[in-house]
Design a protein. Structure first.
Length: 400
């Protein structure tokens, strides 16, 4: 039997069985649903996209996978060249993994080893944000700050290697004052904190973080597994403030195959590049650089560029603001909108109980979590479909 994610299996509501998917739609045996979640925020071009399908089919005729240990191939070379030119600044060195969590692990490992390679053995700490989510593996849980994982705290106690701060400049400055020579990196989900509750904050915080990291020699890591490829209305938040290490996942392959990448700048790469074998990055996921994943990721980026997705995303934001204008309800604490993300935060999570079934009957798939009723739609959504998603959210509260 299947052990499903994030669920108490005892008494779990049966999941909807999907038999087909195309464009923004998921099909069950008896219903057609707009996927307002984009399969955990990854399916930006919609399902069964002819060009993405073709990219995989074409590669499949050659080979599905070969390892990157001692071997290389065209799809991974082409994708790396593409990322090097597509990404801002000198984020040029691509290390591939099979999931976002692992790619964040790699980023944290890079940051620590960067200083160990230089003999700065005192820099063992990581600065991170309150309400952060960076994945489900152990180190990513440790730098994260999500109530779901508090059993780890119960088992191990507070980590002495991670400090969490709120997204306030004063807290940031204070943390740097206290820990500037003990930290190896500051890791953030820039502008939009996803799984920790769809929290949004200002770019001025990131600009100040960049200054302080520069001044104290601390590496800045952007976990853009969720925000990358347009979600915030920017291609990458890294276009606004340049990190030393950038992590991409989720939408990297257009949601087709699990794959992620940790991209290091020149300075970080050079921290490993010397005559000492012990200074190598000792990491290598079995399926890193999978040829099918790289082929579809390359095509996904080409579509993103050729079809001007940023203006599609601006349109999504505009429609969302228009439809949510004037919406208030005593149960709703705040309505937050950024790019192609909208979140209604409620005071009491029980307010959202039954919403999924309510939305299902109206032809929308939704999966509220914590206090958040949210939508992160595929960018190819039509206006009338988006309006249906948003109206369904309003109707739940008895709006029109
Ligand atoms: C989803 C997510 C991850 C983890 O990615 P997986 O592919 O699920 O391991 C890490 N960081 C952020 C910001 C995410 O949203």
């Amino acid at each position: 039997m299947i052990w499903y994610p994030y669920e108490q299996m005892k008494g779990m509501k049966a999941p909807y069985k999907i038999v087909d998917a195309e464009g923004v739609y998921l099909y069950t045996e008896d219903q057609k649903l707009i996927d307002s979640v984009s399969s955990w925020w990854s399916v930006i071009h919609g399902y069964k996209h002819p060009e993405l399908n073709r990219a995989i089919e074409t590669q499949l005729e050659k080979f599905a996978h070969v390892m990157l240990g001692g071997l290389t191939h065209e799809p991974v070379q082409k994708l790396s060249d593409k990322l090097q030119s597509f990404l801002p600044g000198d984020l040029d060195h691509c290390f591939y993994s099979d999931s976002g969590s692992v790619a964040v692990e790699v980023a944290l490992k890079m940051a620590l080893q960067y200083f160990m390679n230089r003999g700065e053995t005192g820099r063992t700490m990581v600065l991170a944000l309150e309400h952060a989510y960076h994945g489900d593996t152990f180190k990513t849980m440790e730098v994260g700050d999500d109530e779901d994982y508090h059993f780890v705290l119960k088992a191990y106690g507070e980590s002495k290697y991670v400090v969490h701060i709120p997204t306030e400049i004063s807290a940031l400055e204070k943390a740097f004052e206290t820990y500037h020579d003990k930290m190896n990196c500051f890791i953030v989900e820039p502008l939009l904190q996803g799984a920790g509750g769809m929290r949004m904050y200002d770019v001025s915080f990131l600009k100040r973080a960049r200054e302080l990291c520069d001044r104290c020699g601390v590496l800045l890591i952007f976990d853009e597994v969720a925000t990358g490829f347009g979600r915030t209305g920017n291609r990458f938040v890294a276009d606004l403030v340049l990190p030393d290490i950038l992590v991409l996942g989720k939408a990297l392959t257009g949601g087709y195959i699990g794959h992620a990448v940790t991209v290091a700048n020149q300075k970080v790469f050079e921290g490993f590049y010397d005559g000492d074998p012990a200074h190598a990055l000792m990491h290598g996921p079995t399926f890193m650089g999978n040829a099918l994943a790289c082929s579809v990721a390359l095509k996904s980026i080409e579509l993103f560029e050729a079809q001007d997705y940023l203006s599609k995303i601006r349109k999504i934001e505009e429609i969302t603001r228009r439809e949510m204008e004037g919406f208030t309800d005593p149960r709703v604490k705040e309505v937050r909108i950024m790019g192609a993300c909208v979140c209604l935060e409620v005071y009491d999570p029980s307010t959202l109980k039954g919403y999924q079934q309510f939305a299902y009957r109206r032809g929308v798939f939704s999966r509220p979590f914590l206090n958040c009723l949210y939508a992160m739609v595929p960018y190819v959504i039509e206006e009338e479909e988006l309006v249906r998603v948003l109206q369904t959210m309003r109707e739940w509260f008895g709006g029109r």
